[in-house]
Design a binder for this molecule. Structure first.
Ligand code: GLN
Length: 447
């Protein structure tokens, strides 16, 4: 109870960050009290956790930061939450994010933007901005977020915490509100790589409720074994990307040099498909989103409509018009367009083919290397409003993160650097899905 009280008062003190959309204060305290008397202690006994507002927790409200889900209450808990609770964790509240996970700054939220705890003029990154800000500001011990195209790693990078995007399927999607189903995965934000690994170990693994969940549980016991010399690749096209801040490029190169001196093998690998990454991601995710979001009709929950409605179609139209924010509407339209009869082959099919190429090239790289080291983003946290005029510029900022979701590989963001502006930034480390446990071990080594 002491820990819960501490975090509750921190949340209140830091309410201007807008990191939480709802705090389960009484319930968290009651649970802490009942855990105090518990005989058997779980692996996460008393660990205080925040949930991104797109992860189901039975009997609690959930909105994906969207007006279309107003007054919706989860009928069941996600598999990840079930497993946290079984191990004695305490859920303290739900955290602000971009609507349906669509955004890189947490400015596309029904509840308004989240503020970066390092500097109030800057965004925390998105879409799991509330989850990253909460860990950074000490409002909870760890957070669960989701990563469809960097939504755990980018806010981790902008706020200065650890972010883990597991392999696709490592963590069940049961009870995660869908954005782009072949990309979505639940991830962890924490202060240390060790904390994040412990949480992942609990929530990962096979699940009967998700047929795309992996069928085998990795052997996490080897996470802590001692240091080894690794074969590490980096892409010069990324490290010297035209959009990258020279300070970020420099920091990554210095770190690579240091690893070389420590005896690891470091090699430059050409990645010629770099320019195709962002377009492929936005074609495929908007296509999947337009299909996933077609279920929101405003009938059982959603915005209140005044006055009489003409007919059912008009009712749906009005609900979606007032319920969805502008970025979500933009993506639904883009997705419907790339899937439309005349353009399907030119856009959707092409993008699927590029995705396959990216996957093939990536698995070839991981035949020769244990890890790829990369930046997370071309710049440090943007100023609030900075990218709002130019959506394409905003999308381009995702170039280094969406790659892992296109290919399904695990990736972590480690808060290793500080920019001259005093804002933090991180190092991204990727591995093959088979090497996920090793990726965690290496992350501890790097911190
Ligand atoms: N910036 C990405 C997008 O807007 C983030 C997606 C995510 O990981 N949820 O699509």
């Amino acid at each position: 109870t002491q820990a819960v009280r501490h975090f509750l008062s921190r949340i209140q003190e830091q309410s201007s960050l807008n990191a939480f959309v709802e705090v389960f204060a009484d319930e968290a305290l009651a649970r802490a009290e009942s855990l105090d008397g518990a005989e058997k202690k779980g692996r996460l006994h008393g660990v205080v956790i925040g949930l991104k507002d797109n992860i189901c927790y039975k009997g609690h409200k959930l909105s994906a930061a969207s007006g279309i889900l107003q007054n919706f209450t989860s009928l069941y808990s996600s598999t990840a939450v079930e497993r946290l609770l079984q191990e004695g964790a305490i859920i303290i509240g739900r955290q602000n994010c971009d609507e349906f996970g669509m955004g890189s700054t947490n400015e596309n939220s029904f509840y308004g933007p989240v503020i970066n705890p390092n500097n109030a003029a800057h965004v925390p990154g998105g879409s799991s901005g509330g989850s990253a800000a909460a860990v950074k500001a000490g409002l909870c011990m760890v957070s669960l977020g989701s990563d469809t195209g960097g939504s755990v790693r980018l806010p981790a990078d902008f706020c200065g915490v650890v972010g883990i995007k597991p392999s696709y399927g490592s963590v069940s999607r049961h009870g995660l509100i869908a954005y782009a189903s072949s990309f979505d995965v639940i991830g962890v934000l924490a202060n240390t790589a060790r904390d994040a690994s412990i949480i992942l170990e609990v929530i990962a693994g096979p699940d009967d409720f998700d047929s795309t969940a992996l069928t085998q549980t990795p052997d996490w016991s080897s996470v802590q074994s001692e240091s080894k010399k690794y074969r590490i690749a980096y892409f010069p096209e990324w490290v010297n990307h035209p959009s990258i801040d020279p300070e970020i490029s420099e920091a990554i190169q210095q770190r690579l040099q240091k690893l070389k001196e420590e005896g690891h093998t470091i090699e430059a690998v050409t990645f010629a498909l770099t320019d195709y990454i962002v377009p492929t991601y936005y074609i495929l995710t908007t296509a999947e989103a337009s299909s996933n979001l077609s279920r929101y009709d405003g009938v059982r929950y959603g915005p209140k409509q005044d006055g009489a409605v003409q007919n059912l179609a008009a009712f749906y139209q009005q609900a979606r018009k007032i319920g969805f924010g502008s970025e979500v509407k933009r993506r639904i339209m883009l997705g419907a367009f790339v899937l439309s009869a005349g353009y399907y082959d030119a856009y959707f099919t092409k993008a699927q083919q590029v995705r396959r190429l990216l996957q093939q090239q990536t698995s070839l790289i991981f035949n020769d290397f244990d890890f790829i080291l990369a930046p997370n983003a071309p710049s440090v946290a943007y100023k609030l409003g900075e990218k709002n005029e130019d959506k394409v510029a905003m999308y381009m900022g995702d170039v280094f993160t969406v790659f892992a979701n296109l290919t399904g590989v695990p990736a972590v963001s480690l808060p290793l650097f500080k920019h001259s502006s005093n804002l933090p930034f991180g190092l991204q480390v990727l591995s093959s899905p088979q090497n996920e446990v090793c990726l965690h071990r290496f992350s501890h080594q790097l911190m």
